[in-house]
Design a protein around this ligand. Sequence first.
Ligand code: NAD
Length: 419
Amino acid sequence: MTAPVQGSATLGIAQHHFDVAARQLDLAPALVLVLRQIKRELIVHFPVEMDDGSFRVFTGFRVQHNIARGPAKGGMRFHPAMTLADARALAMFMTWKAAVVGLPFGGAKGGVVVDPKALSITERERLTRRFTTEISLLIGPDRDIPAPDIGTGPQEMAWMMDTLSMHAGYSVPASVTGKPVAIGGSEGRNAATGRGIATVAAQALRDSGIDPTGATAAVQGFGQVGSSTAQLLAAAGMRVVAVSDSGGGVHSGGGLDVDALTALKEEGGAIADYGAAQALTNDELLTLEVDLLVPCALEAQITAANATRVRARVIAEGANAAVDPEAEAVLTEKDVLIVPDILANAGGVVVSYFEWVQNLEAFFWARGEVNARLREVMARGYDAVRTKAQADHLSLREAAYQIAVRRVAEASEVRGIYP
Ligand code: NAD
């Protein structure tokens, strides 16, 4: 008998969005059964030696939701609250995300239950390498390609790529994306998710009758996604009036100096240490009166508890499932335009795809080409979703899910059920 796996709010949200799409598409019951389920998942418990000579055992996961359209693709999260249920939900989001922008990938997610900030760099390296070894049964350039997520970045991807390459006996750059450029990473990958968000957010503002130049924006979370989003919104002429990290945020009605905040974070500081603006809490940030709100931290930040107080006109979900379905109903009622996660934050997986292609071909593109192709994919994806939403009287999320689920269903159907 297998132990029951506890659900999570995020898994409930993932299943809710799929169920709505399945119903709207009148999907065949057999396809609903297959696509609602996780294809494959691995739980590992593994020891790591700490710097003081003691040992700790950590738990990690790798989950593949669906691989009908191509190898599995998805991030690796190092976070103390990581659960198998969340990995399942996030793997499902990856399947739909790849499909909605037309990438030949399935969806995966993984991670380790750990607070990486509490580890030294050598402990993080040993943890990453041992975890990579433990899940190496599942991952590889044709099977499942990890990328960064919360708590991981280019350095962890370098250790993962190196570990897999040591096992193979030769370099396998296409096994991981989000690597440093020095070992085959793509130009433009670090800012790719933010660039994608900035591209679709500007279009969503225009669609809501708001000129992006001079529009006000608040960004929650100032990590890889949040910081690049804030920079690119400012570069596009928007006034970034509030940003935050896990320790709180800052606000300035006249606009923040995003470069100064980025430098502060790079030096290891916290956003709340920034003296040249007013302090505010994450809850206050989410309910500011702004044209654009971009949550780029964790799931379920906008819920029934605060949705009625949200005053943004447009929300672009940088973080997956940042807005839960109950909150979405309230916000839709208030005419807030929501660009859903599977579209808004797809820029990261788009440039991960470019990185994988460059690695397989051993032929590298200039940053300008990467950014131009990224903008093109995001603009095309947004356009297709908006056109469908308008034609069929759907929300952008419903339209995005219908496009994505239909593509994956079609691939599953034409491949058939083996044997
Ligand atoms: P990260 O670890 O680099 O940054 C996370 C940021 O959120 C940090 O600034 C952290 O302080 C902040 N944060 C954490 N808890 C918070 C809270 N309660 N309130 C406010 N801020 C808080 O992670 P990331 O890679 O930037 O990912 C952010 C989100 O975007 C995640 O939900 C991730 O799944 C999603 N995402 C990431 C990528 C990518 O390419 N990295 C792509 C798509 C989606």
